[in-house]
Design a protein around this ligand. Sequence first.
Ligand SMILES: NC(=O)c1ccc[n+]([C@@H]2O[C@H](COP(=O)([O-])OP(=O)(O)OC[C@H]3O[C@@H](n4cnc5c(N)ncnc54)[C@H](O)[C@@H]3O)[C@@H](O)[C@H]2O)c1
Length: 255
Amino acid sequence: MPAPRYDYSGKVVCVTGAAQGIGLAIAQAFVHAGAAVCLDDIEADRVEKAALALAAAGADVMSFAGDVADAEAVAALFAAVDRRWGRVDVLVNNAGVEPVSSILDQPLATWQRTLDVNLTGTFLCTQQAARRMQVQGGGAIVNIASIAGKSQPLYLRSAYAASKAGQVGFTKEAARELAAYGIRVNAVCPGVIVTPMTEHLRENPQQMARWLAEIPQARLGEAGEVASLCLWLASDAASYVTGMAWHVDGGKNMA
Ligand SMILES: NC(=O)c1ccc[n+]([C@@H]2O[C@H](COP(=O)([O-])OP(=O)(O)OC[C@H]3O[C@@H](n4cnc5c(N)ncnc54)[C@H](O)[C@@H]3O)[C@@H](O)[C@H]2O)c1
């Protein structure tokens, strides 16, 4: 991937679910664009290691171990960002889980946990960030949803699809309400991206062939390609863009 041409120096970015996959690529992209970045993840060791690797290369970063579904942990995350940098300019709600389960026998706990992490986590982090952005006079929020929440039913992922559709609806509502404070809110809807979350798909040649046949660009996406869209959406280059859900899926869904 070519280095992104954005200047985020002086900006503070918070990325959830940043220990690996898309979240880590987003954190790396903002670091490369000059931002100070807080990497949050429920996996304490992995997120600390990810932040240490970036810090060793000279980045201004911190890690925070916390569950985005836990209101107290989210308040503590933003309090830690306050102590370190005293502001937050960009929030990327990326933390997510994708359980595979039939509607017929899905335990209520699986359904509830998926909504708690993917949807309630987005609300809790947005609330904390937006309170700070309101005082600062603006900011940008990007919610990592999915094609599953906008235009592409998957299979055996009812809780995931419902949570992602909820994120898209929440994005529009938040964009409407928070525009008054100079806060823009957008959603990103990735197709199949090469990360640990999609290992199961990539290990199944028949499923892979079916997916690839339906993608005009005839390949899966890279995490950095999702990060590029986030960099644009959070930048002044997208200053008149809010309340939209953007596909990044190689052309699989064009509506
Ligand atoms: N990979 C894809 O093809 C794809 C497609 C569409 C959308 N997405 C979305 O992109 C986001 C990132 O996906 P990924 O593929 O990088 O997944 P991943 O499983 O590789 O990474 C997700 C990260 O989120 C963290 N996390 C999980 N629950 C958390 C919680 N409660 N609090 C804090 N952190 C938590 C995990 O520890 C992990 O580090 C998710 O929201 C996912 O739904 C991914």
